[in-house]
Design a binder for this molecule. Structure first.
Ligand SMILES: [Ca+2]
Length: 512
């Protein structure tokens, strides 16, 4: 099979395309009033697929960066058929805390994890009494699945025992079905897990991948037959199989698929069929594989007639590390290939600068979202929970989604007189804070807070204690305006303190 054949636009597709246009004309009111929207949504809930790549940058996709050295035709097409956000942020610049925020609608720094990430044996981070996107949607009749990289901890022991049931895990947090891997693909144990059991026990040992090479991973237990290079195609097959199996039922009981890809995080392990497809080395080829996966999901929707009423979102959990002379990757994508994985943004994965956490964010839902649109609305991946609540016309309980805003009005292109979010809080790999409101971004510290050196700089006496940037004039964060704008520094510092102290940042106070 040629995985890169352009999909044929046949007559059926053409007529379906016409249908989308007619649907728009039939429901013009749904664009203007939330009430009308909600009443229709209650009887016609969309399937929801949330695809999150791992370490894919803002500048990797052609639709975000015309100079990208990586062909991403499927994600570009998704953007053409939906909406592309230019100012979307992951709540953290590293893996675990972003995933916590996506599923719970709450900033992870409010949990026990104040910096860094979990490992493959860590206990479950999310309190099982807490609402997740999956448990909310399940309550509203959805079938729910998590496929891919979990990285939110399994079990309650200090160190998980993979020969025993891994409880609590995704199944305890609202997912009917889980298939995937414990953590990042460079973290042992290397084995697949289905629901709460390993598919094959990791009874063998594998040495660490060679330092400085694309294929680097940590030494540790591995299941017989497990190959890193197979993981992306296997997970894609599982996700597509899930869509096929649920297609028939989805008219009565829609599905939610949280599909967390392990690529293009290291080990850089592109499948043979994508090798050489990009002009950005193995890393670029692995992004091509991400794009292939998105294309396979789109095809599965098409062949099952589910495209129109499925909301599919594609994003990433943090910025690209650009393999920029960090730890085990002593070379630079930028220097070797002239490819800028985070576009013109400053910094890389783990940093507090936008390169660490401003993400590609594409949403397609032909029944509702106007094709080919873009939005510069400031949003955060924690917004998934409140947005899903709005889609199923549910009221978010007071003890859930403390940092989640409903971005449905922005997805639907409604005219708004003020921003949806009051502000977004950013958080770096080492736990440095920043807060963004309108054009202003305040960073509570000096340095990157992440992988770019220096990470943390102690201010000299009389020097600014942090960084203040005007992103309208200076999107690359080059001119620190802290000293000139004490009022703005004070206002944003106070707002961040308020969010920390009160335990939430969304519009309405959760009552406890
Ligand atoms: Ca990541």
């Amino acid at each position: 099979m040629n995985h890169f054949m352009k999909p044929d636009i046949n007559r059926r597709e053409f007529i379906k395309g016409m249908g989308i246009g007619i649907a728009w004309l039939a429901f013009p009111g749904c664009m203007r009033t939330t009430k009308k929207y909600a009443s229709r949504a209650a009887g016609d809930k969309p399937n929801i697929i949330f695809i999150m790549a791992d370490d894919m940058g803002y500048g990797d996709l052609g639709c975000y960066n015309k100079d990208s050295k990586i062909p991403t035709p499927n994600m570009d097409r998704l953007a053409e058929e939906g909406i592309r956000f230019t100012d979307a942020h992951s709540p953290s610049a590293v893996c675990t805390p972003t995933r916590y925020g996506v599923l719970t609608g709450r900033y992870c720094w409010r949990s026990r994890l104040k910096k860094g990430v979990l490992n493959g044996y860590s206990p479950c981070l999310i309190d099982t009494r807490r609402m997740t996107v999956a448990s909310l949607l399940k309550r509203y009749g959805y079938a729910t699945a998590c496929i891919g990289k979990w990285h939110l901890g399994l079990g309650s022991d200090k160190r998980a025992d993979f020969s025993k049931p891994l409880v609590p895990g995704p199944n305890a947090l609202g997912f009917d079905y889980f298939y995937g891997i414990s953590a990042s693909l460079d973290m042992p144990p290397y084995c697949y897990i289905e629901n709460d059991r390993v598919v094959k026990e990791p009874t063998l040992m594998v040495e660490a991948g060679e330092a400085g090479k694309d294929g680097w991973w940590r030494k540790g237990p591995i299941a017989p037959g497990f190959k890193h290079v197979d993981v992306m195609p296997n997970l894609t097959e599982k996700a597509v199989g899930y869509i096929d199996r649920n297609a028939e039922n989805s008219r009565n009981s829609p599905f939610f698929l949280y599909f967390a890809l392990p690529a293009p995080h290291c080990p850089i392990a592109p499948a043979d069929f994508v090798k050489g497809r990009s002009q950005a080395g193995g890393y670029g080829d692995y992004v091509v594989e991400v794009d292939w996966t998105v294309g396979e999901v789109m095809k599965a929707l098409e062949r099952n007639g589910l495209t129109d009423n499925t909301l599919i979102i594609v994003t990433s959990d943090n910025g690209s590390p650009a393999r920029t002379k960090i730890k085990r990757a002593p070379y630079s994508i930028i220097e070797l290939y002239g490819h800028y994985p985070n576009g013109n943004l400053r910094g890389i994965k783990a940093d507090i600068w936008d390169g660490g956490h401003r993400e590609p964010f594409i949403a397609r839902w032909p029944a509702r979202i106007r094709p080919g649109s873009t939005s510069d609305e400031l949003i955060c991946l924690t917004d998934l929970l409140a947005t899903c609540a709005a889609i199923v016309a549910a009221k978010l309980p007071n003890n859930a989604g403390e940092d989640s805003y409903n971005i449905l009005p922005a997805l639907l292109g409604r005219k708004m007189d003020k921003p949806i979010r009051q502000a977004v809080v950013h958080h770096s790999g080492s736990g440095m804070f920043a807060i963004r409101q309108g054009k202003w971004k305040l960073i509570l510290g000096l340095g990157s807070g992440g992988f770019t050196k220096p990470s943390n700089v102690k201010p000299e006496p009389g020097e600014p204690q942090g960084q203040l940037y005007n992103l309208d004039d200076d999107p690359a964060e080059t001119k620190n305006l802290w000293a000139q704008n004490p009022d703005i520094v004070q206002h944003l510092t106070d707002l961040l303190e308020k969010y920390k102290k009160q335990g939430y940042s969304r519009a309405k106070s959760p009552q406890r």
